[in-house]
Ligand binder design. Structure first.
Ligand code: HEM
Length: 142
């Protein structure tokens, strides 16, 4: 296994397989991916103006969204070059799914009428019965 790994890496030293990046989130060994590029941010941990904790939470994965959400400055983007170690083999990066939110809303409207109908099926006969009693009571008193 070891030999196989080495030979694939040797054929393209600048392409990193995602699994390999994912391994680099251990103490003193921090890699992350931003926009398809792999960065070794190990020496940057203590210097990151945003703190080591946020940076740590972004290691071993595709941190593109985390990085962009912060709105890093141009000077921050220039600093990145210092930690650049290669490109990611993109086919191996697990797809980041954006919101799966459409599911619950489409699920609820489907379920709600069913639920309401069940309640109505129960309530309407009761209402009619109640009405009948009310009318009877009313006409009796007269
Ligand atoms: C090699 C990659 C990175 C570099 C070179 C870098 C550099 C910087 C720099 C220079 C700043 C100061 C503000 C600015 O100039 O924009 C900063 C702030 C910050 N960074 Fe990063 N950063 C990197 C990756 C990340 C990642 C992956 C995260 C993930 C959460 C992150 C989160 C933050 C946060 C939260 C701040 C503070 C923003 C604020 O105080 O308003 N950074 N970073």
């Amino acid at each position: 296994v070891r030999i196989e790994e080495q030979s694939t890496m040797a054929s393209d030293p600048k392409s990193h397989i995602f699994e390999e990046v994912a391994k680099h989130n251990k103490t003193k060994d921090y890699w992350l991916i931003i926009s398809g590029k792999v960065y070794d941010v190990t020496p940057f941990m203590e210097d990151h103006p945003g703190g080591d904790e946020v940076l740590l939470s972004a290691t071993g994965k595709d941190a593109t969204n985390d990085f962009e959400d912060v709105g890093h400055s141009d000077s921050a983007r220039e600093m990145m070059d210092k930690y650049y170690i290669g490109e990611i083999y993109t086919a191996a990066v697990p797809l980041k799914r954006s919101y799966v939110a459409p599911q619950p809303p489409s699920y609820n409207p489907d379920k709600t009428p069913e639920f309401v109908i069940k309640i109505l099926q129960f309530l309407v006969p009761l209402l009619i019965l109640g009405l009948a009693f009310a009318v009877r009571l009313y006409t009796k008193e007269k």
